[in-house]
Design a protein around this ligand. Structure first.
Ligand SMILES: Cc1cc2nc3c(=O)[nH]c(=O)nc-3n(C[C@H](O)[C@H](O)[C@H](O)COP(=O)(O)O)c2cc1C
Length: 325
């Protein structure tokens, strides 16, 4: 068992993170607006939604837009997915030019469309290709290259130690290990033993991921030997979860944010979203999240319905101000 403090700075290659708590990449969620909230909420590293290396190769505008980073979110990693080493190398260069502090390669996505192209979790079946993707990217950029994969494809399988060694030898600077097999998508328990064996197999930091909602959850992964923890869904409606975990790991406790603080944070998110996509489109994109932000508040259902029709930030403020007091 490690004698180091559980909460600690961690070096990812030449990138020193202030702490070992990272925001996990989430498609449709971890856009720049959300990453700024998570960074302000104490995350030591934030990660973009996955961006297609092939789309970047063909100059897809939406994919290039996804590479845009804002000043308040660094250090930030851009996550790429793909199965062609030449495209991955080009995409890694594009990510570096966009200001990424690290480039992360997705080797854990269970979605069929992604796997059909040989990318995401499919790369766990093809370690030589995974190594090629990593090493080509490493050669093409100065920033650290990291990789995210799962403990296995099916329950009970532990590919972690083998893949971790492959990644390390190919030049990866860190690993994010989702402790659920790809067949489980995002539900069910994590395989703590497989995670411990993976973390012990390599010298590079392994960020454990899966089901962490608070300091106790983070502690379990850190005590199993992970150098850090990546938090996904628990951050979505509480981007300050990182500061809460940090306080808990240090023996303290932060007061839970009250509904006023939460709503002010949501308004800030809407403002940032408007800056990125324009007011109306920014609000449209926030529609799928509003139910969760309003959960448990009085008249939430009516407010949610009203939110669906909003077109301006001023209208959003008028609607939500009742909750900020
Ligand atoms: C909506 C959603 C989108 C996701 N998108 C990505 C992604 O783009 N790249 C990736 O590597 N993992 C993605 N994941 C997986 C998360 O990074 C994380 O591994 C998973 O949610 C488990 O962590 P958690 O239990 O803390 O949420 C996604 C998960 C969710 C729920």
């Amino acid at each position: 068992m490690t004698t180091e403090p559980l909460l600690r700075p961690v070096a990812v290659g030449g990138l020193l993170l202030k702490n070992n708590l990272a925001l996990a990449p989430m498609a449709g969620i971890t856009n720049a607006a959300f990453r700024i909230l998570a960074s302000g909420g104490g995350a030591g590293l934030v990660v973009t939604e996955m961006v297609s290396a092939e789309s970047l190769k063909y100059g897809n505008k939406k994919s290039f837009k996804m590479l845009e980073l804002l000043p308040g979110e660094h250090p930030a990693a851009i996550q790429l997915f793909g199965a062609d080493p030449a495209s991955m190398a080009l995409a890694a260069q594009a990510a570096e030019r966009a200001g990424a502090d690290a480039v992360d390669i997705n080797a854990g996505c269970p979605v069929r469309k992604v796997r059909r192209s040989g990318a995401g979790a499919e790369l766990m079946r093809t370690p030589l290709l995974l190594a090629d993707l990593i090493s080509r990217a490493v050669k093409c950029v100065k920033v650290p290259v990291t990789v995210k994969f799962r403990v296995g494809l099916e329950a009970g399988e532990n590919l972690g130690p083998l893949l971790a060694r492959v990644a390390e030898e190919a030049g990866a600077s860190a690993i994010t290990l989702h402790g659920r097999p790809a067949s489980q998508f995002h539900t069910g328990p994590v395989d703590l033993e497989a995670m411990a064996a993976t973390a012990a197999a390599v010298k590079i930091p392994v960020f454990g991921n899966g089901g962490v909602e608070n300091a106790d959850g983070a502690r379990a992964l850190l005590e199993a030997g992970c150098a850090g923890v990546a938090v996904g869904r628990a951050a979505v409606f509480n981007p300050s979860v990182f500061a809460e975990i940090a306080a808990g790991l240090s023996g303290g406790r932060l007061p839970e944010p009250d509904s006023g603080a939460r709503m002010r944070l949501f308004l800030r998110f809407l403002e940032l979203n408007a800056g990125i996509y324009g007011e109306e489109h920014g609000l449209t994109r926030a529609r799928k999240l509003v139910g969760f932000w309003l959960k448990g508040l009085p008249n939430a259902s009516a407010a949610r319905g009203a939110f669906m029709k909003l077109k301006t930030l001023k209208e959003a403020e008028e609607l939500l101000i009742q909750y900020t007091k």
